[in-house]
Ligand binder design. Structure first.
Ligand SMILES: [Ca+2]
Ligand SMILES: [Ca+2]
Length: 640
């Protein structure tokens, strides 16, 4: 069936359904959509997870329908939220970059703007990510009566911000300075969501709960009951905090379901729960190359999904996804149906009697949710699923999946034979690849973002991550603009005994965070306020992380000096490290010294046996936080 014919069938189906099942105003159902930020596909118990306790989600899945193949709209936070809210895929959506506050256009319909005219109370609680303050994308201009939480995603990096946002106004949080404080923001967000549901129990409501946990910082108060479940495990602390944050969300989902029962509205409420993008493979180690919690590796079969958050392989896009509606959705079902986030808008439109806009890419999941008999029609299948982000492109059609990584050529995978995308079969099936390429080319249109009327409040929200909201000279925490301003009193490197770095050249680096201006050359530019950081903006690079430097001429070397990052972050503080000296930049022998660095701001000297060489290598093997990053503000060489 050609794309056009399928499209026509799809549109006719939508119009037909919208008219046939127009829901009587007095019986319109409530809709709750809960989304955890970064939850990996295999992490919840209902998808096989073994390290994290999710009893409430497991019960919700058992009482409802578990989708095995519903994919995220995109592989990072903001673009995926845009697809969810607007029903468009990422070749048609407006928010396609992950800067944090990129706005929806004023003219775009969202799930909330469709439901509001039908008499729905519409509330959002958590991380918006579809437009910063004073932009065309703010939620209160897109159908939400109230949105409480974070508008900008950089603001949302902190669980102790000095304030949260409610309908573009600041709500102060007592005792918070950005990096720490007394008021855990997510408790307030969840409380506000519960209050909203309670207040609107007697009228139809939409509650959109894009909760921030378990997205890092990996913070949860020590007195939270979820922390007690993991505090004594032998994982790095961030891995324990992460698990506790997932169990926190699990507990809160349980509270929402209990509240529905208490209010006697669970028979009239559709609840959906999902992750937002593919798992990030957090907390990797030699024993756990795909992370302690195995986000993209089936703990039961060992089958892995390639890639993780930020990529467009399966691991970047697979999310846990369940739906529950007692009496409407049969309990304990499992669906293989292939769909993605753009399907959520037409699904909610159909169950509420709203009319979905014509230009969306999603297909209602109602026949799958309620059964084709009840729905009175078959489930429509997508002709293809399409994704793009940061120059990467991917398209899926049935068993076939074509992926074009940034600046590379198309790859083709047969997911039926090769779910891990390990064998590129492009050469064996040129006709299939050619067809998918054509579809992908047609699916892409240039992004048209919304706009800001002014940016001061938006920039203030981003600085609030570090409690720097009142300092207009502080740098943007994501872009690093004005980097020196972020460092009040950077520690200078010692000069005595160090070789001059005037003629040094960077030979190579394992990865650098170009998107954040944290270049490798910053590790020896003489400015302690600038730093090298390994890549994390789109996909995280895995350790080891290396810097290779050409000293310009052969030297006698007696040691090294490491200066950790001087801003407020500890992310990237190197723990296990080794240094090597060579006469060629291509081959280094055994490291001349292996040691551990401390987590501190002061320069750290590592002495080594005296050796001669022109090239030095620093190899970071682990980070103090147990994460996959490395950073360095300055690197010095002791010698003559
Ligand atoms: Ca995310
Ligand atoms: Ca520097």
């Amino acid at each position: 069936m050609g794309m056009r014919l399928l499209l026509i069938v799809g549109l006719v189906g939508l119009v037909f359904v919208a008219e046939r099942s127009l829901v009587a105003a007095e019986s319109r159902p409530n809709v709750i959509y809960i989304m955890a930020d970064e939850l990996g596909y295999f992490e919840p118990g209902f998808n096989g997870g073994r390290t994290i306790q999710t009893p409430n989600l497991d019960r919700m899945a058992a009482e409802g329908l578990r989708f095995k193949n519903i994919f995220a709209g995109s592989s990072v936070c903001a673009p995926t939220r845009c697809c969810l809210m607007t029903g468009k895929h990422s070749g048609h959506s407006s928010v396609r970059v992950n800067g944090g506050g990129t706005p929806l256009r004023a003219d775009e319909a969202t799930i909330a703007s469709l439901l509001k005219p039908l008499g729905y109370a519409t509330g959002g609680f958590g991380k918006w990510g579809c437009g910063g303050r004073d932009s065309t994308g703010v939620p209160e201009k897109h159908g939400f009566d109230v949105f409480f939480g974070y508008y900008d995603q950089v603001h949302a990096h902190s669980y102790y911000p000095p304030y949260l946002i409610r309908n573009s106004e600041e709500v102060p949080l007592a005792g918070n300075v950005g990096t720490s404080g007394q008021t855990y923001s997510h408790y307030l967000i969840h409380d506000a969501a519960m209050t909203f549901i309670r207040q609107h129990a007697r009228q139809p409501f939409l509650a959109y709960l894009p909760y921030t946990p378990p997205h890092g910082n990996f913070n949860i108060p020590d007195d939270d009951p979820a922390w007690a479940l993991y505090k004594d495990r032998d994982w790095p602390e961030p891995a324990r905090r992460y698990a506790a944050m997932v169990s926190l969300v699990d507990r809160q989902v349980g509270e929402v379901l209990t509240l529905l029962k208490e209010l006697d509205i669970e028979q009239n409420t559709l609840v959906m729960f999902s992750g937002d993008n593919g798992g990030a493979d957090y907390f990797v180690s030699p024993d756990h190359p795909r992370g302690v919690h195995s986000a993209n590796k089936n703990p039961q079969t060992g089958v892995e999904y390639r890639g993780s958050k930020g990529t467009l392989y399966e691991g970047g896009l697979r999310v846990p996804f369940i739906a529950r509606w007692p009496g409407k959705i049969r309990a304990g079902g499992v669906s293989e149906h292939l769909g993605y986030f753009p399907d959520v808008l037409p699904t909610i439109a159909e169950v509420t009697g709203a009319k979905a806009p014509a230009e969306i890419d999603g297909l209602s999941l109602v026949p799958t949710l309620f059964g084709e008999k009840v729905a009175g029609r078959a489930q429509l299948a997508h002709e293809f699923l399409y994704w793009e982000i940061n120059g990467h492109t991917a398209i899926r059609q049935g068993r076939w999946r074509a992926v074009r990584p940034k600046n590379s050529t198309w790859e083709l995978y047969d997911l039926e034979l090769d779910p891990s995308e390990s064998q590129n079969v492009a050469a064996a099936h040129p006709e299939i690849l050619s067809k998918l390429e054509t579809l992908a080319t047609k699916a892409h249109t240039p992004a048209v973002e919304g706009t800001f009327s002014k940016t001061e409040r938006h920039e203030r929200d981003r600085r609030a991550k570090f409690g720097q909201q009142d300092n207009p000279h502080a740098p943007d925490p994501l872009t690093g603009k004005k980097p020196t301003a972020n460092v009040a009193r950077p520690v200078e490197m010692p000069t005595k005994g160090l070789l001059s770095n005037k003629d040094w050249k960077l030979v190579r680096v394992s990865s650098e965070n170009v998107g954040n201006n944290k270049y490798a050359r910053h590790a020896f530019d003489g400015n302690p306020a600038t730093l090298w950081h390994s890549r994390f903006a789109d996909t995280a690079a895995l350790p080891p992380h290396e810097l290779v430097i050409d000293l310009g001429t052969e030297r006698t070397i007696r040691g090294f000096v490491y200066l950790g990052r001087q801003d407020n972050g500890w992310n990237g503080a190197i723990k296990d490290v080794e240094f090597a000296i060579g006469s060629s930049s291509d081959t280094f022998g055994e490291p001349i010294i292996k040691t551990q660095l401390a987590k501190k701001k002061a320069p750290q000297t590592v002495e080594c046996p005296s050796a001669r060489g022109r090239y030095v290598l620093m190899r970071a093997r682990s980070e103090h936080g147990g994460g996959q990053f490395a950073s360095c503000a300055e690197f010095g060489v002791i010698g003559e």
